[in-house]
Design a protein around this ligand. Structure first.
Ligand code: HEC
Length: 111
């Protein structure tokens, strides 16, 4: 492989290292848009587990049983104050509605 061809690969590796993710089985051919969406949703994995599988032993709710619409409704509820919580209200307020939609679409159960 020539150095010229190696550069995008190295860039992709450093992007995934920065966002602290390990995407097994996915290629580095993801677009910047996909990377952005996954990185946004990755924040949630700290507590809810990878792709929303939850961390049952950590007392963190599983969210991959919810559809994108249900997740979005909850997130907007936390943001507006309609829903109470210990963590999620503060967190939801930090995102624009557009970002919440992106996150919900990324994590929601695929029917
Ligand atoms: C620091 C830990 C933490 C992070 C990070 C976090 N959550 Fe939560 N989440 C919680 C906790 C704890 C609850 C229970 C409600 C509360 O106390 O705020 C919850 C509840 C929820 C619920 C409601 C689940 C239900 O069944 O009612 C949804 C949906 C949710 N989180 C989505 C997200 C999304 C999307 C993100 C990423 C933007 C995220 N969470 C990031 C801890 C976290």
């Amino acid at each position: 492989m020539r150095t010229k061809e190696l550069k995008p690969v190295l860039l992709a590796i450093s992007i995934s290292a920065i966002s602290g993710l390990c995407w097994s089985g996915t290629s580095f051919a993801q677009t910047a848009d996909q990377l952005y969406k996954r990185a946004l949703a990755a924040t949630c994995a700290n507590c809810h587990g990878t792709d929303g599988k939850g961390v049952p032993e950590g007392g963190m709710p599983l969210i991959n049983n919810l559809t994108s619409q249900e997740i979005l409704t909850k997130l907007k509820g936390y943001k507006s104050g309609a829903l109470e919580g210990t963590i999620m209200p503060q967190l939801a307020k930090g995102y624009s509605d557009e970002q919440l939609t992106t996150i919900a679409n990324q994590l929601g159960k695929k029917q």
